[in-house]
Structures are given as structure tokens and as C-alpha cells.
Design a protein around this ligand. Structure first.
Ligand code: AP5
Length: 218
């Protein structure tokens, strides 16, 4: 299974990518997680990326393309992958197409997550994340067992620096300008599957699992 999860910030791509990767035994590749890890480790790449991320802007294409290329070559992707948050620009999509064509493993599907803007803002402003294992929670919709503590690893949960109101606005604007054109890009290639992601997490997961089941063995 080789799929891309496309959609505005906060539609639930990361939440569902974790579950789909576990259900279908494929790798989850999240460029947001990879970049946050680089920021935490204060690598040269992380120091460069932090400024863009805090403001809600996209990190330059060359940086993220390099990260994804490296991940796709990893043996953990042998069974397939879910790409979460990549591609986000047309040049990123073109490069992904080139890399996968060279390997003879084209994409199976691109799932386009759809949620109203009002719900997106609620989801992002209430999100709490684990800085250690990257698990995601929500103060109302996905509460951890103990308030403020990660269920998975016990670390204290934090609010992401780009989940502030002003950064959320910038991220949505950046999505409209730079990422939304990918809907047309993948529609033209007959790869796009729209997904109403406005329901509860379990319900969205059920629909998603059903729609991706045909690609289990590809
Ligand atoms: P990234 O981490 O990818 O952020 P994003 O796309 O903005 O996506 P989010 O993580 O905000 O949302 P999501 O859709 O994954 O939602 P989630 O499941 O967490 O990127 C961060 C930054 O890195 C970018 O701004 C950019 O600077 C840089 N970057 C990353 N990739 C890049 C690229 N390719 N090119 C250039 N720059 C790049 O859910 C959100 C909340 O809602 C959670 O609290 C969750 O619990 C809750 N929730 C989820 N589903 C539901 C549901 N069904 N009902 C109720 N609540 C729900």
C-alpha cells in the first residue's frame, strides 16, 4: 500500500496515519514529525526549519524532499507507506512521482481529508502533543487517560508552537495557496479519493480502512 494523506492542517491526517500504518503494517512517513525531530535535536536542518515552522510557513522544498527520499529508501518502507503531510507543493508532488517511478512503485491512492474550517480551528487549538513519541491528543475529542500526560510514554504533553491562533491562520492560508492545487494535480491522475473526515476518529478510521483495503497487498 502506497498512499498519500492530503488535507488542510488539523483535518486528522496524523491521527489516521498512525492507525492505518498499524492496521496495514506499513510505514508512516510524516514530514512534520521528521522536521520536529530535527528541531529537537538541533541539527543544522532543524535550526533552519524552526523559523518557518513557528510562523506556519512551509519549509523549502529541497529540505523536505531530501528527508522523504531518505525515508523511502529505508527497509521499513518495503511493505508500503502512508505519507502524512507530504507532498505539499506541486514541485514536491512531481519529485515524489519521479522517485517512485524510478523504483517502479507508483502511488495507489491520494486521500483528500475534508473538514469544515470551523472544526479545523477547534481541532488545532485544542490539540496537545507528546514531544517525545509524537502521539497526539485533544483536550475535548481525544483526552489522555491522565490530564496532560502521554498515554503511550508518560511524557508531559505540550501545545505545539504553531497551534497558536496567528500561526493557524497562516497555515490555512499557506494550504490554500500552495497545497490545495494538489487536489487538481491528483484528480487529473485519477488517484484522488475524497474522505469526509468530520466524524469521530473511530468512524473516520472505519471508512478509511474500508476504502484502502483493496491496496493492502500492493
Ligand atoms: P505538520 O506536522 O504536517 O502539520 P499539518 O499538516 O499542519 O498537520 P497537523 O499535524 O497540524 O494536522 P493533522 O491533519 O495531522 O491533524 P491531527 O491528526 O494532528 O507540519 C508542521 C509544519 O512542518 C508545517 O507547517 C511546515 O512548516 C512543516 N512541514 C511539514 N511538512 C512539510 C512539507 N511537506 N513541506 C514543507 N513544509 C512542511 O489532528 C489535529 C487535532 O484534532 C488533534 O488534537 C486530534 O486529536 C484531533 N482530531 C483528529 N481527528 C479527529 C476527529 N475525527 N474528531 C475530533 N478530533 C480529531
Amino acid at each position: 500500500m502506497r498512499v498519500v494523506f492530503l488535507g488542510a492542517p488539523g483535518v486528522g491526517k496524523g491521527t489516521q496515519a498512525d492507525r492505518i500504518a498499524a492496521r496495514f503494517q506499513v510505514a508512516k512517513i510524516s514530514t512534520g514529525d521528521l522536521l520536529r525531530e530535527a528541531v529537537r535535536n538541533q541539527t543544522t536542518l532543524g535550526i533552519e526549519a524552526k523559523n518557518y515552522m513557528d510562523q506556519g510557513k512551509l519549509v523549502p522544498d529541497a529540505v523536505v524532499i531530501g528527508l522523504v527520499r531518505e525515508k523511502l529508501a529505508d527497509p521499513s518502507c518495503a511493505n508500503g507507506f502512508v505519507l502524512d503531510g507530504f507532498p505539499r507543493t506541486v514541485p514536491q508532488a512531481e519529485e515524489l512521482e519521479r522517485v517512485l517511478a524510478l523504483k517502479g512503485t507508483p502511488l495507489d491512492r491520494v486521500v483528500n481529508f475534508q473538514v469544515s474550517r470551523e472544526d479545523i480551528v477547534k481541532r488545532l487549538s485544542g490539540r496537545r502533543s507528546c514531544p517525545k513519541c509524537q502521539a497526539t491528543f485533544h483536550v475535548d475529542f481525544a483526552r489522555p487517560k491522565v490530564d496532560g500526560v502521554c498515554d503511550r510514554c508518560g511524557e508531559s504533553l505540550v501545545q505545539r508552537s504553531d497551534d497558536r491562533r496567528d500561526a493557524i491562520e497562516t497555515r490555512l492560508k499557506v494550504y490554500d495557496e500552495q497545497t490545495a492545487p494538489l487536489v487538481h494535480y491528483y484528480d487529473e491522475r485519477k488517484l484522488l479519493s475524497p474522505m469526509d473526515a468530520s466524524g469521530a476518529v473511530d468512524m473516520v478510521f472505519q471508512h478509511l480502512s474500508q476504502s484502502l483495503a483493496p491496496y493492502r497487498m500492493t
